[in-house]
Ligand binder design. Structure first.
Ligand code: ATP
Ligand code: MG
Length: 286
C-alpha cells in the first residue's frame, strides 16, 4: 500500500479535484483505492457524493468520520468509518471529513498521539488497498501534520502563479520539520514526487513562454521537482463535481469523477490517465 498526501499551503490550487480524479483514474486501472479527507471543509467528502443531506438533522456523517479515527486509539478503525462512494465506477472507499473537525483541532492537538494513531490505523488496512490518497487543507495545522506523517509520498499541486510559488518555501519548511518527526518514528523522509502543474490555462502563448519559466522557477529557486503531467484548466473538471440529478424530491447533488462524467472521452480524462501512469511509474508500480 502506497500512501500519497496531496498538499499545498495555497488554497484553491486544485488539491481536491486532483485527489478525487486521480483516485478514479487509479481505480479504473484496477487498483484498490482509499480516499481520506483530512480537510475540515470536507470538499473531498462532498466531491465523492457522501454529503447527501440538506438538513443537519439528517447528517449521517457526524458520528463516524475522520475525527473519530484520530481521536481514539482503540476504536473507530478505518474499516468502521469508511463509506462506499458511487461518484465513480468502480466505487471507491472514502473516509469522510466533517466540519466539526475545525473546532476539535485544539482538543486533538493536546493529545500527543494523534499523528501516531493515524499512522497506526493506516497500517491496519495495508493489505486492503493499493493506494491511499489524502486530501488536505491549505493550512499548516495538526491535520496536515497528520497527513504528512502518515504518507509515503507527497504531490504538491500548484497553479504556479507567483504567490503559489512563494509559499512553496513554507511547504518545504513544513516538510523538513515533519521529516525530523518521522525520523524519530523510524520512518523514512516523505518522498516528494513533485510540484504538479494544475489549473494551467490552455492559451498557447502562455504555455510556450510563461509556463516553462514558472516551472524553472520551481526547480531553481525552490529546489523541487516538477511532475511531467500537467492538469489544464477546463470547465468539465468543475462541472463533474457540481453535477446533479433530478428526483421526485427535487434536484440533489450527484458529483461524478471526470471519467464517469465524460465517459472516457475528454482531454481532462487523458491528463488524469497520464497522472496515474506517472504515479505508478514513480512509485515503482509499473
Ligand atoms: N483543472 C481545473 N480546471 C478548472 N477548474 C478547476 C481545476 N481544478 C480545480 N478547479 C476548480 O477550482 C476550484 C478549486 O479547486 P479545488 O477545490 O480542487 O482546490 P483546492 O486546492 O482543493 O482548494 P482548497 O485549498 O480550498 O481545499 C473549484 O471550483 C474547482 O472546480
Ligand atoms: Mg480542497
Amino acid at each position: 500500500m502506497k500512501v500519497i498526501a496531496v498538499y499545498h499551503n495555497k488554497g484553491g490550487v486544485g488539491k481536491t479535484t486532483i485527489v478525487v480524479n486521480l483516485a478514479a483514474a487509479l481505480s479504473k486501472k484496477g487498483k484498490r483505492i482509499l480516499v481520506i479527507d483530512l480537510d475540515s471543509q470536507a470538499n473531498a467528502t462532498f466531491a465523492t457524493g457522501l454529503i447527501k443531506f440538506e438538513d443537519e438533522k439528517d447528517d449521517d456523517l457526524k458520528n463516524a468520520n475522520i475525527q473519530h479515527v484520530l481521536e481514539m486509539e482503540d476504536k473507530y478503525f478505518i474499516h468502521e468509518v469508511v463509506r462506499k462512494s458511487q461518484f465513480n465506477t468502480p466505487e471507491i472507499d472514502v473516509v469522510p471529513s466533517h466540519i466539526m473537525l475545525m473546532e476539535k483541532e485544539n482538543e486533538l492537538s493536546r493529545n500527543r498521539q494523534t499523528e501516531l494513531i493515524f499512522s497506526h490505523k493506516l497500517k491496519s488496512v495495508e493489505n486492503q488497498y493499493d493506494f491511499v490518497l489524502i486530501d488536505t487543507s491549505p493550512a499548516l495545522n495538526l491535520y496536515t501534520r497528520v497527513a504528512l506523517t502518515g504518507a509515503d509520498y507527497l504531490i504538491i499541486p500548484s497553479d504556479l502563479k507567483p504567490f503559489a510559488n512563494q509559499v512553496l518555501a513554507n511547504v518545504k519548511n513544513f516538510v523538513k520539520d515533519n521529516n525530523i518527526f518521522r525520523k524519530l518514528l523510524n520512518k523514512r523522509p516523505i518522498q516528494v514526487l513533485g510540484v504538479l502543474p494544475s489549473k494551467i490555462p490552455l492559451n498557447s502563448e502562455f504555455r510556450q513562454y510563461t509556463l516553462p519559466k514558472r516551472m524553472e522557477n520551481v526547480r531553481q529557486n525552490y529546489g523541487l521537482p516538477v511532475m511531467n503531467t500537467c492538469i489544464s484548466e477546463r470547465s468539465d473538471l468543475g462541472a463533474c463535481m457540481e453535477s446533479i440529478i433530478v428526483t421526485s424530491d427535487g434536484a440533489i447533488p450527484h458529483p461524478r469523477s471526470i471519467f464517469d462524467y465524460r465517459g472516457g472521452n475528454s482531454r481532462s480524462v487523458a491528463e488524469f490517465e497520464a497522472l496515474a501512469d506517472e504515479l505508478l511509474q514513480k512509485t515503482g508500480e509499473l
